[in-house]
Design a protein around this ligand. Sequence first.
Ligand SMILES: [Zn+2]
Length: 373
Amino acid sequence: MFKNAVKLFKIFGIQIDIDFSWVIIFLLVVWILAFQFFPRFYPFSTTTNIILGFITSIVFFASVIFHELAHSLVAKRQGINVKKITLFIFGGVSQITEEPGTAKAEFKMAIAGPLSSIFLGMVFLGIYVIGRNFLPLTLKAPIGFLADINLTLAIFNLIPGFPLDGGRVFRSILWYFNKDILKSTKIAVWTGRIFAFFLIGFGVFRIVFADLSGLWFILIGFFLDQAAISSLFQMEANIILNKISVEKVMDTNPKLISENITVSELAREYFKDTKAHSFLVKDNENIGYVRVDNVNKLPKNLWEEKRISDIVDRYEGEDLLKKSDTALKALEHMRGQDIDQLPVLENQNLVGAVSIEKVIEYLNEEMKAGKSK
Ligand SMILES: [Zn+2]
């Protein structure tokens, strides 16, 4: 999802990353605090405003990480794997590789975020109230803002539209009672889309009658709408792919690259018009793969002398599929490992290969057929 992310640190075994787009929102928050919020309410000098804006902004994004950590830690306790947390232009996101298996698990995971923001908001509010008579104004100002923003964040996230936390809570409640996750998702996606349209409308209203800050509401509205649509698409896709075995989508005569050719031969022959991230390689006994990334990492002057056997990776363990494995399992595994094909074996022999391309092709046809029904 995030190609330009920088690794920040690891906490409780969870990697925290920052996407390049986050710099925009960070600077915007610093700017709003330093040149609008603090000057409007407090008698500070410009330098103080800028320093406070910077520090408050950092604590604000630490609060966002705290919120995402709450989701992730609850997910981990439910046995769900969390890849990482990434800060980006629209806030933070926990990259959780699988959907929760039960309505209860989803409810706990979703509610943890807003609860953590309410907790933080109350802590800041408590410090503000207790210290109102003795804390310096330069401390009270940012603490008051942080109390406000965390509580606002909690309320915003509790709006019952997918993919907001409140939408997930809403879906889990529907799911708990009607036992139908697809139907529940559809309803929560619709409330999410209605809210997104409302945000866009509100943004337009602000631009016409107030100022350009409406643009931000329009952007968030579009982002939420897209996220709602793709969540539903994802769910429908998962249901379709969970019903079929890899046998149905595998290529029984996959193209295999010999490991004796040179890297430059591979580049000439296969790199021309393909978007593949990896290729299947055959050696004497085993099936392996070569990553395009690993080819590109190799200095160009070595391409003539190095052979595929020098940079080949072996498929092992979970990479090796059986005919009866589901297409969903294959797709999730390929995406997780960032490889394009997986071999299908029967009695240790290669009987086919599944590729992301083939699975998506099948999915598109099924979805088209489903729509025209
Ligand atoms: Zn959340």
